[in-house]
Ligand binder design. Structure first.
Ligand code: PHE
Length: 339
């Protein structure tokens, strides 16, 4: 019996499947009811019981070997067929493939980050769920300060201390707390305000804010930096700073660029004035520096902040802020290839 097993084992190992039909030949020869292995099993039953255990194991192994050889042959043939089908018609036109597009908010954010990187600003990020201190108090907005109403806030689970950040100035606070000047950062990110959604405002949008703190930073530095920025981004070099108010900067200003009045659209978006408001800015209030552990006698700084959707709206003439978040492919596809 042992020799018979060994003989079949060798035959099986040497068996070559030249074609798919040979798989069936192999199965009939060894594994069918009258096949060689089945015959051995029948013979095995008639043997006396001594030594049967070891023999049984060998027989089972033999059967398993034969079965797995059949399995593998089937798999490899089915793969070959599939490959053949794939390559059947080499003149077939190629499968179309679509290039993804970056979201306009990312495109504009990347452009802004790059412009400021050229003059030494690095990006800093922080949490979207903030505490009151980083979002308000440290920025000169103690509880009950009326200016808190400028930014309608979403609070989390009735806890007045935890909220969705209303601006990324909170990131600047975090950065100033953990770094000493010179500081030159940009903080891009999502911000939230409890506002009714319309064509002009949304409860979630993106901001990018900048902060520069060093020795002898002046308002002239701020103006020059903004001049460089608007010229590079919009190709428009006339700038106007209008006095304004923010609790964390003093003095504060609103920044307008002169857009021109050449087209219908210019008329509409500038409301006939030719000027467009693009951001808020100012000299960091000395109290804010003190709040974060920076010596306000030695250092001064400027900050500015803008809404990315708004800048994208100006660059690409997007009429409705809601289109950014509707995932309409016809809208998004227009930005294919933009970095
Ligand atoms: N944080 C302000 C806002 O969200 C923008 C701003 C930033 C203004 C820095 C001045 C200086 O409206």
């Amino acid at each position: 019996m042992n020799e018979k097993i060994q003989k079949i084992q060798q035959d099986i190992q040497g068996f070559i499947f030249e074609s798919e039909e040979r798989i069936e030949t192999f199965r009939i020869k060894y594994l069918s009811k009258k096949g060689e292995i089945s015959v051995l099993f029948k013979e095995f039953k008639t043997l006396p019981s001594w030594g049967k255990k070891q023999l049984g194991t060998r027989l089972n192994d033999l059967k398993n070997q034969a079965q797995s050889k059949v399995q593998q042959a089937k798999i490899s043939f089915s793969r070959q067929i599939k490959n053949r089908e794939d390559f059947e018609d080499l003149t077939k036109p190629g499968m179309p493939f679509t290039i993804g597009a970056r979201h306009p908010v990312s495109v504009v954010k990347n452009r802004i980050v790059k412009i400021f990187r050229n003059i030494g600003f690095i990006t800093a990020e922080g949490p979207e769920i903030e505490d009151d201190w980083h979002n308000f108090t440290a920025l000169n907005l103690p509880t009950y300060h009326p200016a808190r109403d400028m930014q309608d806030t979403f609070f989390i689970e009735q806890n007045p201390d935890i909220l969705l950040r209303t601006h990324t100035s909170s990131v600047q606070i975090r950065y100033m707390k953990s770094h000493q000047p010179p500081i030159r950062i940009l903080s891009p990110g999502r911000v939230y305000r409890n506002e009714a959604i319309s064509a002009r405002s949304h409860c979630m949008f993106h901001q990018i804010e900048g902060l520069y703190v060093d020795k002898q930073v002046s308002f002239a530095d701020l103006k020059q930096t903004l001049q460089y920025f608007t010229t590079t981004l919009f190709g428009k070099s006339r700038l106007r700073l209008r006095p304004s108010y923010f609790p964390f900067t003093e003095p504060s200003a609103e920044v307008d660029v002169y857009w021109g009045l050449e087209t219908e659209i210019d008329q509409r978006i500038t409301k006939g004035t030719g000027w467009l408001e693009i951001m808020g800015c100012g000299m960091v209030d000395p109290q804010v520096l003190r709040n974060t552990g920076i010596d306000n006698e030695e250092f001064s700084g400027f900050a500015f902040g803008m809404g990315i959707e708004r800048i994208a709206l100006l660059l690409y003439q997007i009429g409705d802020i809601r289109s950014y978040f509707e995932n309409d492919l016809r809208f998004l596809k227009q930005f294919e290839g933009a970095l």
